[in-house]
Ligand binder design. Structure first.
Ligand SMILES: NC(=O)c1ccc[n+]([C@@H]2O[C@H](COP(=O)([O-])OP(=O)(O)OC[C@H]3O[C@@H](n4cnc5c(N)ncnc54)[C@H](OP(=O)(O)O)[C@@H]3O)[C@@H](O)[C@H]2O)c1
Length: 313
């Protein structure tokens, strides 16, 4: 089968590899579609080499939607032919391959009315939002939430999940994404190209910040929080941010997304009832994945980039 392999840091290639074999508790999936996440090309470049949990070569890509081919012993909850989706564990063999194996606890069924492409782009962005906002953030009704990068994969899912939780959602985007963020459900959109977002937030503080940009803007998020507020970082906490949080009596926490079939099952219900809907801005064939990575590296992706396999076209 064909797979996108990371041979050594800086070198990726679509090559022919052996189809993976099933262990108990695993399910063999024919992959129909996947999506691009920044962690893919960050790991490939060596920038996040510390996340790699196995010897190279390693198959990249961690979001998938596909069809069950075979189940290992003990995986009676899924049957051949079932349409399923999952996020695989980051740093271990991924799913940019014609077939992959997934732990059954990481899988969820795709409801009949839900399109494969929507399920394929959802897992990492949704699980990150879920684990950051509902898990670490304990977000609840009427709380004020600021999402630092509202138009990206995580940002646009976090807006929708926060609206399901009935929070008040404030986001920042570039000028070209202001309308998009409102369409997705944001209550207030701050255009970082025409206004000082952090000065505005200091005058209008929030309960929770979802931070994803790293760099000098991270520490500015502390002053955007109400007393006892929470900064949830998905970019990694900087020492000056931790110090500023302590001084301001607010919590600062890093969240690293984990696979979770139960949360995906609940997300599937939200998709089925159109309470959440991922936005696909571009579709890239698997054979042109490097082009997709180059686009995502520019940092301007609106919503998600879908990756399709020949079996799905
Ligand atoms: N810790 C974890 O578990 C975890 C999980 C998932 C992702 N992440 C990380 O979180 C980050 C976001 O991931 P993603 O999948 O959402 O990436 P993405 O889809 O590539 O995000 C791109 C978006 O970022 C926005 N953006 C760029 N600069 C901005 C700025 N200065 N202010 C506001 N928005 C800005 C862009 O909107 P504009 O064009 O409007 O600026 C664009 O829509 C990445 O660094 C990723 O590695 C971490």
């Amino acid at each position: 089968m064909k797979a996108l392999q990371l041979k050594e840091f800086g070198t990726t290639q679509i090559t022919t590899v052996e189809q993976p074999t099933l262990k108990p508790d695993e399910v063999l999936i024919k992959v129909h579609a996947s999506s691009i996440n920044p962690v893919d090309w960050k790991i490939a470049s060596g920038m996040l080499a510390q996340l790699v949990q196995q010897p190279l070569p390693m198959t990249l890509g961690w979001d998938l939607a596909g069809e069950v081919v075979e189940t290992g012993n003990g995986s009676r909850d899924f049957l051949p032919g079932d349409r399923v989706f999952a996020m695989k564990e980051i740093g271990k063999d991924g799913c940019l391959a014609e077939y992959c194996v997934v732990n059954r606890h990481h899988l969820a069924m795709i409801p009949q009315q839900v399109r494969t492409e929507h399920a394929a782009v959802l897992p990492m962005a949704l699980l990150t939002s879920w684990q950051a906002l509902i898990g670490a953030g304990n977000l609840h009704r009427n709380q004020r939430l600021f999402i630092q990068a509202g138009a990206g994969g995580v940002g646009h899912m976090a807006i929708q999940l926060a609206k399901v939780m009935q929070a008040h959602v404030i986001v920042a985007t570039s000028s070209r994404n202001v309308d998009f963020a409102y369409e997705v459900g944001a209550d207030e959109v701050l255009d970082y190209q025409t206004q000082d977002v952090y000065q505005w937030l200091e005058g209008n503080p929030v309960d929770i910040v979802l931070e994803s940009l790293h760099g000098e803007e991270q520490v500015k998020c502390i002053a955007a929080l109400k007393p006892r507020g929470r900064l949830i970082s998905i970019s990694g906490l900087q020492p000056e941010t931790v110090a500023a949080a302590e001084k301001a009596n607010v919590k600062a926490e890093f969240v690293f997304v984990q696979p979770n079939g139960t949360q995906l099952h609940q997300a599937a219900e939200l998709l089925e009832t159109a309470q959440i809907m991922p936005h696909i801005s571009q579709t890239i064939p698997f054979e042109e994945i490097e082009h997709g990575y180059a686009i995502n590296q520019q940092g301007r992706t609106r919503g998600k980039i879908l990756v399709t396999f020949p079996s799905f076209r």
